[in-house]
Design a protein around this ligand. Structure first.
Ligand code: HEM
Length: 143
C-alpha cells in the first residue's frame, strides 16, 4: 500500500535549492533594475539566501532563518524608512514573478506564492513609510 506523504508548499516548490534559485534570479534582476537598484545597492551579498530562508519559514520548510536572522518583526524592520513607492513595489513583485517563471517553479506553488507576494509586499511597503520610532514601538523592537 502506498502511504500518502503530505507535502508542504515548500516541498511543492522544489525545496531549498529551487527556492534559492528563484531568489538568486530575482536578486540579479533587482541589482540592475533602475527602480530597485537604488534600494538594493547597499544590500548584503547574502540577500538571496536570506529571502529564500524567509520563504522557507513561511511555506513550511526548515525554520533556521528564525534563529539565524529573525522573525516577521525583524523582516518588516529590515524595510524601515525605505519609503517604497507603488512603482517599486510593483516592480519587486514583477521581478519575483519573472524569477519564479524562469526557474520553472511548480504551478501549484505559483498561485499561493503570487497571492502571498502581492499582499505581503503591500504590508512591507506601508510599513516602510512609518517613522522609525513608531515602527520600533509597534514591532516591540528594543532600542
Ligand atoms: C513579499 C514581500 C517581501 C518580503 C517577504 C521581503 C523579505 C525580505 C527579507 C527576508 C529581507 C532580508 C532580511 C535579512 O537581512 O535577513 C529583505 C530585505 C530587503 N528587502 Fe524585502 N521583502 C519584501 C518586499 C520588498 C519590497 C516590495 C522591496 C522594495 C521594493 C524590498 C526591498 C528590500 C531591500 C532593499 C532589502 C535589504 C537588502 C539588504 O540590505 O540585504 N522588499 N526583504
Amino acid at each position: 500500500m502506498t502511504v500518502y506523504q503530505p507535502q508542504t508548499l515548500f516541498d511543492v516548490a522544489g525545496g531549498a535549492d529551487r527556492i534559492t534559485e528563484m531568489t538568486t534570479a530575482f536578486y540579479e534582476k533587482a541589482l540592475v533594475d533602475p527602480l530597485l537598484s537604488p534600494l538594493f545597492k547597499e544590500g548584503e551579498a547574502d540577500h538571496a539566501k536570506y529571502l529564500a530562508g524567509w520563504f522557507s519559514v513561511v511555506f513550511g520548510g526548515p525554520k533556521d532563518y528564525l534563529t539565524e536572522r529573525g522573525d516577521l518583526g525583524f523582516v518588516i524592520w529590515k524595510h524601515v524608512a525605505m519609503h517604497i513607492t507603488d512603482y517599486q513595489r510593483a516592480r519587486w513583485v514583477n521581478l519575483m514573478r519573472q524569477a519564479a517563471a524562469e526557474v520553472n517553479i511548480d504551478q501549484r506553488f505559483l498561485v499561493p506564492f503570487d497571492r502571498f507576494i502581492d499582499s505581503v509586499s503591500r504590508d512591507v511597503q506601508a510599513n516602510s513609510h512609518v517613522p522609525r520610532d513608531e515602527l520600533r514601538e509597534r514591532l516591540g523592537i528594543m532600542k
